[in-house]
Design a protein around this ligand. Structure first.
Ligand SMILES: CC(C)(COP(=O)(O)OP(=O)(O)OC[C@H]1O[C@@H](n2cnc3c(N)ncnc32)[C@H](O)[C@@H]1OP(=O)(O)O)[C@@H](O)C(=O)NCCC(=O)NCCS
Length: 174
């Protein structure tokens, strides 16, 4: 049975309404033995930025359901500044996809470079922890429309992947 709630009847919200821009500076406690940022720290920043975007849109608590593969293309050194930008690409029923783009800059050299991109799915929960519908997303312009279309395709892929993982987990525990 389709889930409905007050939220699903709430006014649709634009991508910009929930956009998040987070800035961090790479401090000694964020680095690995090479003096570049530790991957897990960047993953945590990504999850925080995406979670804020999802919750701003949903108006409810949202949990991370999945994170697609991550590739770190360039290391970020201690003292460099990291910008984490999160935007919703698509809202389905109780879930949404958030795209996070991470870039970095060296303030002394005045250089800026791309580090990674992440795609996360969040599920909106009600006070009992049950998935609950989110308000619809308004996508504007060619770029947002294309991202939304691509997100719908990725959603179908994730559903198949989740079914396979559930099957595998039963086999692993038997
Ligand atoms: C995410 C979670 C709430 C989904 O619960 P569930 O009972 O499996 O929910 P359903 O099968 O009814 O799916 C609800 C929605 O989540 C989506 N979803 C569920 N699992 C997903 C996954 N692994 N990846 C992407 N989307 C997923 C479904 O597609 C559905 O979306 P829709 O309503 O927009 O169509 C549940 O698996 C959970 O609590 N996981 C742990 C979350 C967590 O602790 N995260 C880390 C810390 S925040």
């Amino acid at each position: 049975m389709a889930r409905t709630s007050v939220k699903s009847r709430e006014k649709a919200r634009s991508v910009d309404d929930s956009k998040v821009t987070m800035t961090e500076i790479v401090l000694p406690q964020h680095t690995n033995a090479l003096g570049t940022v530790f991957g897990g720290t960047v993953m945590s920043w990504i999850d925080v930025a995406a979670s804020v975007a999802a919750q701003r849109h949903a108006g409810s608590i949202c949990v991370t359901a999945s994170i697609d593969e991550l590739h770190f293309l360039k290391g970020v050194k201690q003292g460099e500044i990291v910008t984490i930008e999160a935007n919703l690409t698509c809202v389905n029923n109780t879930s949404c996809e958030v795209m996070v783009v991470v870039s970095a800059e060296n303030p002394i050299k005045r250089t800026k470079f791309y580090t990674t991109k992440a795609l996360l799915t969040f599920v909106s929960l009600d006070s009992k922890g049950v998935p609950t519908p989110m308000p619809p997303l308004i996508t504007e312009g060619a770029k947002q429309k294309t991202l939304e279309k691509q997100a719908k395709i990725r959603r179908d892929h994730r559903k198949k992947l989740k079914a396979a993982l559930l099957k595998e987990s039963k086999e692993l525990l038997s």
